[in-house]
Design a protein around this ligand. Structure first.
Ligand code: MFK
Length: 556
């Protein structure tokens, strides 16, 4: 008998998901859950099958053909089979619509993001344009531009695959990604119509039927305040580009199925979304929505990696018994699971807040809380997804390092979470921007205390204690850092953001554990909370700047 290893398999990704299902039972009305469960089950089945299918067929990537055989510039893009399947699937499951429809009131966002979480790993990052489309929907609604609302939203929110459109977000240029102030794309008004001229350096999902772009109106001063936000439909009904040239598709570490392009705009017709300035303020709703999608996608990556490592542990026998029965393997999985469960509750709490804010049912403190927690969730989950993907790769060992196991792709793809939509340091700085606007941590600390007051079980006391101790340490650190120069606070910004995210997440996980114990007699969330509390919550440095300048510029 030759030595064989059994490949990990996935069962229905909804029915098999204890964490998601337990959470939905707590937060959703029973009738609503009953109504949406068949759809969640369908997507869970699709996700499991897509994993098997992806392992058995030839890998494909989008292909750009710039010239046709007769010498005409065509810039035609062929999409992967999963991308072709994704558009009708996204429309039919309402992956954007569900988040905006009134049917489930304030629960609309929880419903939508449960769908997104199940779909993401089967989507080959089709969730990227979906995220941008959701963001564009939110930004256009906020703009009050009725013409564009009437034009674009019926497409973005359609459940009809024939009508459904996706929307790109064209911000990044050669001169700047994190900092958009040096944007060089110019907008000129010609014969009563705006036209854009310039180069966009990263345009994700270039096949989108619409896009939002930042550009500087001719004659406007330098700086980011002078940028304006424009809406475009990049192609004519016959598919030809409207004064846009696709220079190339990017050769990326991961997300290779996603057609990310470098483009030239050579008089592309566009429409102003709002006033011809303050475009960053107008595109900010897109950033906050896509950052939420980012956190949900990162969570989906973690869940997928843990599911594969766990299943592998049941199949792989070493030293005479399955890995799953070995103490150190169990301990490794437990650590991953605890981190993921905490991240899950933080991320889905953000979606709950988003639903309430969107329905006008959030007071000022809850609005502040959403603004504060969004960059924290994006920052922490992005980093954690890479760590968990790396750990899962190691769990599966040598085979996990081989391309056709599918695990390296998960690891490479995971690396995008901390980068796009603003890298970790951008999130840390955005959190400080939000903190200044909110006038401090009050809304976050008050919410955390309220959540913690619902944790009564004695077995969860170590968790409550860990939250209280961390909150005190953070408040003291912040008070000291805020009293100094701003760059001292900035230097500690990453650790402050991680610490707050982890502490708030522990409070949420402990609250869910309390409910699970009482309502379902399930001790597992409590075990996850205790385990997470044992992990380090904070790594605040007494002085973020001490030694940093010297070490950062180190050379022989
Ligand atoms: C499942 C898949 C999900 C992910 C898919 C994503 C795929 C998309 C791929 C990409 O396109 S990646 C490119 C994304 N680019 C970024 O995320 C940009 C990163 N940089 C930042 O976020 C910077 O912080 C920013 C460009 C916003 C800095 O710009 P400014 O102009 O220097 O900032 P400033 O002056 O502080 O803010 C201008 C206004 O915007 C202010 O409002 P007011 O004018 O009313 O004072 C800010 O408060 C507001 N603002 C900025 N960020 C905000 C915000 N408001 C709300 N929320 C925010 N996050």
């Amino acid at each position: 008998m030759p030595f064989l290893q059994a490949a990990p398999v996935l069962s229905n990704q909804y029915l098999d998901d204890r964490v998601l299902r337990s959470y939905l039972r707590r937060v959703l009305p029973r009738t609503m859950l009953g109504a949406i469960e068949p759809d969640l089950t369908d997507l869970g089945e699709y996700a499991a099958n897509a994993w098997t299918l992806a392992r058995t067929r030839e890998r494909s990537e989008p292909k750009l053909t710039q010239w046709d055989v007769w010498g005409e510039r065509v810039d035609r893009i062929e999409l992967t089979p999963a991308w072709i399947a994704a558009q009708p699937l996204a429309a039919r499951h309402g992956l954007i619509a569900a988040g905006h429809e009134a049917t489930h009131g304030t629960h609309a966002r929880v419903h939508q993001f449960a769908l997104v979480y199940l779909f993401h790993c089967a989507s080959e990052f089709y969730t990227c344009p979906l995220a941008m489309t959701d963001g564009a929907t939110t930004a256009l609604k906020a703009s009050g531009n009725q013409r564009l609302i009437d034009r674009a939203l019926p497409h973005f929110l359609s459940r009809d695959p024939e009508q459904f459109w996706i929307c790109g977000q064209w911000m990044t240029e050669n001169a700047g990604g994190s900092d958009v102030a040096p944007t060089e794309t110019a907008a000129r008004e010609e014969n009563g119509r705006w036209r854009l001229y310039g180069r966009k350096w990263f345009t994700s999902a270039i096949n989108a039927q619409a896009a939002l772009a930042l550009a500087r109106p001719a004659g406007a001063p330098a700086g980011s305040d002078a940028l304006a936000l424009f809406y475009l439909e990049p192609r004519k009904p016959d598919g030809r580009w409207r004064n846009i040239v696709i220079d190339r598709l990017k050769d990326k570490l991961g997300t290779r199925e996603l057609p990310t392009a470098e483009i030239h705009l050579d008089g592309a017709p566009a429409e102003l979304v709002g006033e011809p300035k303050f475009g960053v303020r107008q595109i900010a709703p897109v950033l906050n929505i896509t950052r939420t999608w980012n956190a949900v996608g990162a969570l989906a990556t973690m869940r997928r990696c843990i599911a594969l490592a766990r299943d592998f542990g049941n199949r792989r026998v070493v030293f005479g018994k399955p890995l799953a029965e070995q103490a150190l393997y169990q301990d490794t999985l437990a650590g991953m699971q605890a981190e993921y469960e905490a991240a899950f509750h933080l991320t889905f709490f953000v979606t709950e807040l988003l639903g309430r804010v969107q329905c006008g049912q959030a007071d000022e403190s809850q609005q502040n809380l959403l603004r504060l927690l969004t960059p924290l969730a994006k920052l922490w989950t992005g980093k954690l997804a890479v760590a968990i993907a790396s750990e899962a790769c190691e769990c599966i060992g040598g085979v996990g390092y081989l391309e056709d196991s599918g695990i390296p792709q998960l690891l490479r793809d995971a690396q995008v979470w901390p980068i796009w939509e603003g890298a970790s340091n951008v999130q840390a700085l955005d959190f400080q921007r939000a903190l200044r606007a909110a006038g401090g941590l009050q809304s976050l600390l008050t919410a955390q205390r309220t959540i913690l007051s619902q944790v009564q079980a004695s077995e969860l006391e170590p968790c409550a204690r860990a939250v209280r101790m961390a909150a005190t340490a953070i408040a003291e650190w912040l008070q000291k850092a805020s009293a100094g120069e701003r760059h001292r606070l900035e230097a500690g910004g990453r650790e402050l953001a991680f610490g707050l995210a982890r502490t708030f997440a522990l409070a949420l996980l402990a609250r869910h554990a309390e409910w699970a114990l009482r309502a379902e007699n399930d001790p597992r969330p409590g075990a996850a909370a205790r385990r997470f509390a044992e992990h380090r919550l904070l790594r605040l440095k007494p002085d973020g700047l001490r030694d940093a300048t010297m070490l950062a510029s180190d050379s022989y």
